[in-house]
Design a binder for this molecule. Structure first.
Ligand code: T5A
Length: 219
């Protein structure tokens, strides 16, 4: 197949508050897509390249010095610029699909909703770093904050974000819902408060729907 014939890959993201089950369900989505014959690149944000993973470690580390919200935002977009140019864009260009644990919806939720940075500031950086790149489909796993934090805390030491107060995560969840409402065609909302089997059945239905849509577009 010549490069002119290669259909660009799809960009799929998974979002939600802490402990909602992203990591657990990323593995499920990965297996499902690989069984369907998709060439897949599985990655995460912040992170996904050696430099971006270094920035992730800086962002998550607990430290005595307070982290300025703008410094946090700029580090997240610095990591994203590197991740896009080194991993995401090359994979999509060669026709692979990209499955990413969090992307810019998390920035609107955490730095916008949680840290109260203006959406216009985030949009400016989004446009600078991403151009027009947006996920093609986003699985938003929704769960009440208390249950999510209880699940996350079972894993042990809390990182810098996980030490935030409950109100912070309530604002994050609310900001996610605003994103869902503003982009209903892109989001598949999954109730993550039910058993893992039920969560994964809902995700599988969302993936079937995505495949049906692609097939419809190809006809
Ligand atoms: N961040 C990130 C920003 O502030 N801005 C940004 O722009 C971006 C991209 C790291 C942090 O970075 C911040 C947000 C984050 O604080 P992360 O690595 O995605 O982001 O970290 P977490 O959200 O902390 O991810 P977690 O690993 O905590 O949560 P997961 O992956 O959602 O949860 P998971 O799969 O590890 O599951 C947690 C536990 O719950 C169980 C699992 O078995 C596990 O034990 N579980 C269930 N139990 C019962 N029923 C179910 N349905 C279950 N599903 C999972």
């Amino acid at each position: 197949m010549t490069s002119a014939q290669i259909r660009p890959g799809l960009f799929i993201t998974v979002e939600g508050v802490e402990g909602v089950g992203k990591t657990t369900n990323m593995a499920f989505i990965r297996e499902w897509l690989e069984r369907a014959g998709v060439e897949l690149v599985c990655t995460r944000e912040p992170g996904g390249t050696p430099l971006a993973e270094e920035l992730r470690a800086l962002l998550l580390a607990n430290r005595a010095e307070p982290v300025d919200p703008c410094a946090e935002l700029l580090m997240i977009f610095a990591a994203r610029a590197q991740h896009l140019s080194q991993v995401i864009e090359p994979a999509l260009a060669r026709g692979a699909w990209v499955l990413c644990d969090r992307f810019t919806d998390a920035t609107f939720a955490y730095q916008g909703g949680g840290r109260k940075l203006p959406a216009a500031v985030i949009e400016t950086l989004e446009s600078l770093v991403q151009g027009g790149r947006q996920p093609d489909r986003t699985f938003y796993l929704d769960l009440d904050v208390e249950t999510g934090l209880a699940r996350a805390r079972k894993r042990g030491d809390a990182d810098r974000f996980e030490r935030e107060a409950r109100e912070f995560f309530e604002a994050v969840r609310q900001a996610y819902w605003q994103r869902v409402q503003a982009n209903p065609a892109r989001f598949t909302v999954i109730d993550a408060g039910v058993s893992l089997v039920e969560v994964q059945a809902a995700i599988a239905a969302g993936l079937e729907d995505l495949f049906a849509q692609i097939k419809g577009e190809g006809q």
